[in-house]
Design a protein around this ligand. Structure first.
Ligand code: KG4
Ligand code: ZN
Length: 353
């Protein structure tokens, strides 16, 4: 088939592999160019519009992706200092995510791949968060197989065992809300703008993490639940505001520190259980919430405390970005995992799919 001609040419010439990654699963439009697993550019356009609504509005997200996609891709290619004809494949997020948002990236990737006559690679967003650990970066150590990864984002909370690049097994996940939602909903209760996770992290640094106590969920050893915590925080705030209308304002830092500490303790306890059960001591984190400074610190501390080797992604590869799609595309390219042109976006996708 004509589409595989560039791949064969690559094999014959053994030249560098250039991959364009495209991410559009939620509210960030992103494009990245990688050469042999090294990031040459990683452009992210955030959509400010959702702040006004306290959460992502799917229809607005889709429209913003349509406006952003061409300039973002153009910028990524320009920053990488390559010509589009040097690209060997285009990797894009197939799912999971918002259907309207996914469709923009998928349609663009298909057209561009067809136009350039190069292979198309559909990428699972959840796998990409984990495989971001394999980006070729001096400051980033690559985990050996098998390793455990705690994937924590706005839509997911799971502990995954990774036995090879495309061999994933979910050991445990959330029964209700994702941990990112727990951060964002707690922030909303405190009157903070969306997304509240980074703000809670910022204010928590100035507060006392033991100021208040919130009860932890009683679920299975490797399962998570955050909906009860959210209700607990809501009741706690209502009760205190009834006594002092300025309660939040006067105690914001302590409240943030205590909420964050409770969440991070829950995550660390589950990781300890997973490591004990599997006897795996190579532990990674991935996803937007892995940007959190307390979890990053506690993981570092766990190296001495529990003899773990920990793998923490570079800050810019934690929240949604196209470099992680590009590295997954690169690994898939090497295994010739190409997609057909009629591949479709999927709002729901499991990490092992
Ligand atoms: O992976 P991501 O960018 O998007 C999804 O695929 O969901 O994750 C976004 C989530 C949001 O809930 C955001 O509040 C949270 O990651 N987040 C944080 C921090 N930075 C981002 N949560 C806690 N602390 C942070 N520093
Ligand atoms: Zn994500």
């Amino acid at each position: 088939m004509a589409i595989f001609v560039p791949y064969l040419t690559f094999l014959m010439n053994n030249k560098s592999i250039y991959i364009l990654g495209i991410e559009s699963s939620c509210d960030d439009t992103s494009a990245a160019v990688l050469c042999n697993g090294k990031v040459l550019s990683n452009v992210v356009a955030n959509q400010e519009i959702h702040t006004t609504y306290g959460g992502v509005v799917p229809e607005l997200a889709s429209r913003a992706h349509q406006q952003n996609i061409i300039p973002v891709v153009q910028q990524a290619i320009q920053k990488a200092n390559i010509d589009k004809n040097q690209l060997n494949a285009i990797a894009f997020t197939q799912g999971p995510g918002l259907m309207g948002s996914l469709l923009v990236g998928t349609s663009f990737a298909k057209s561009f791949a067809m136009g350039l006559n190069i292979p198309l690679i559909a990428v699972n967003h959840m796998q990409a968060h984990i495989l971001a650990h394999f980006i070729d970066e001096e400051s980033q150590q690559k985990p050996p197989f098998p390793f455990l990864c705690l994937t924590i984002s706005g839509g997911h909370t799971q502990i995954v065992k990774i036995s090879n690049y495309f061999d994933f097994e979910v050991l445990g996940e959330t029964l209700d809300d994702a941990v990112g939602e727990a951060f964002d909903k707690s922030a909303k209760i405190l009157g903070l703008p969306y997304p509240g996770g980074p703000l809670i992290d910022k204010y928590a640094k100035l507060g006392n993490l033991k100021a208040y106590e919130f009860s932890k969920p009683k679920v299975g050893k490797l399962e998570f639940s955050f909906s009860g915590l959210k209700t607990g925080i809501l009741r706690f705030i209502d009760k205190n505001i009834a006594k002092n209308p300025n309660f939040i304002k006067e105690n914001l830092y302590d409240i943030c520190a205590s909420i964050q500490h409770t969440i991070v303790q829950i995550l660390m306890n589950k990781l300890k259980n997973a490591s004990k059960e599997t006897r795996i001591k190579h532990i990674a984190i991935a996803g937007g919430v892995s940007a959190n400074s307390e979890i990053r610190q506690l993981l570092k501390d766990a190296e001495k405390k529990y003899g773990w080797s920990t793998y923490i992604p570079k800050f810019e590869y934690t929240t949604d970005n196209a470099a992680m799609i590009g590295i997954t595309g690169y690994l898939a390219f090497k295994e010739k995992r190409f997609s057909k042109i009629d591949v479709v976006s999927k709002a729901r996708m499991k990490v092992d799919q």
